[in-house]
Design a protein around this ligand. Structure first.
Ligand code: CP
Length: 301
């Protein structure tokens, strides 16, 4: 494997990533998916810290599984039982773990923009596990991996991203990466959940138009991030923007359903569709492990 610079080993987002960089990560994830549970002795002796300043189930545990499958020593940092509770900043926390000799850091946090600043002030690679509404690059990589595995290609796919676009780092990372890989993206959201700055990259369409796609990606309504009430009731949201059983019948025969999860069952997607034959939702979660192995391998290379 070719030696990489620190800048090439960070994964802060996908907006600046080329098609060849994304393809290399997806190919390497396919390698790790096929390689079973073998530990790679090369990674023994590396220490990696998973620093989650925001809650997580999928991202946190799939990074941990990925790191352990690689044979890396894992330090799990939880803000709730750390000196963050005494007022220590994210910056000082990362610098502290760097001083102890970790070789890479996985970080999830609320602020937008802080990750770039951190990356400029540390000498270890940082991997973005979701920052504010900015990017969630490993989620989008596993989403692309899932689409490529199903369709055999990404170029030419039409992907509809439906729901709470304004708060969604998943939507942004998917938008950047899918465009780079030659897919077309359309967005669908109520006025109160639109990110107008994205309209120049992907058009906003009606719900009926959004159903005419190869991939229908539903997003969670992120109630915890809404300062004002974005819709009157969950039933009203479901009726206007939810993927209901009735709407599923209008999808193209070959279309697949995706969702990054966690899911609000019965709000953005009907309960019956979560484990429907079209649904890739749990497959997406499984793909998180080999994709994060590829990302961690790149960081430690
Ligand atoms: N999809 C996702 O990021 O899930 P978690 O918040 O559980 O990590």
């Amino acid at each position: 494997m070719q030696l990489k610079t620190l800048e090439q080993r960070h994964l802060l987002g996908l907006k600046d990533k080329s098609a060849s960089e994304i393809t290399e990560l997806l190919d390497r994830a396919a390698y790790w998916e096929q390689s079973g549970n073998k530990l790679d002795p090369w990674f023994q002796g590396f220490f990696v810290a998973n620093m989650f300043f925001e809650n997580s189930t999928r991202t946190r545990f799939s990074f941990e599984v990925a790191e352990k499958r690689l044979g890396v020593q894992v330090l799990n940092f939880a803000a709730a039982v750390s000196s963050v509770q005494k007022g220590e900043s994210i910056y000082d926390t990362v610098k502290t773990l760097e001083a102890m000799g970790i070789h890479a850091g996985v970080i999830r946090m609320k602020p937008n923009g802080l990750l770039q600043h951190l990356a400029e002030h540390v000498k270890i690679p940082l991997i973005n596990a979701g920052d504010g509404s900015n990017e969630h690059p490993t989620q989008a990589l596993l989403d692309l991996y899932t689409m490529r595995k199903h369709f055999g290609h990404l170029r030419g796919l039409k992907v509809s991203i439906i729901g709470d676009i304004s708060h969604s780092r998943v939507a942004r990372s998917n938008l950047w990466a899918l465009r780079t890989m030659g897919a077309s993206v359309q967005l669908c959201a109520p006025e109160s959940m639109r990110a107008t700055e994205l309209a120049e990259f992907a058009p906003y369409v009606t719900m009926d138009e959004a159903l005419n796609a190869d991939v229908v990606m539903m997003l969670r309504v992120q109630l915890e991030r809404h300062e004002e009430k974005a819709f009157s009731t969950p039933e009203q949201y479901r009726s206007s923007y939810g993927l209901t059983v009735e709407r599923e019948r209008k999808l193209k025969d070959h279309a697949i359903i995706m969702h990054p999860a966690p899911i609000n069952r019965g709000v953005e997607i009907d309960d019956e569709l979560v484990e429907h034959p079209r649904s890739k939702i749990f497959a997406q979660m499984g793909h998180g492990v080999p994709v994060r192995m590829a990302v961690m391998e790149r960081a430690l290379s």
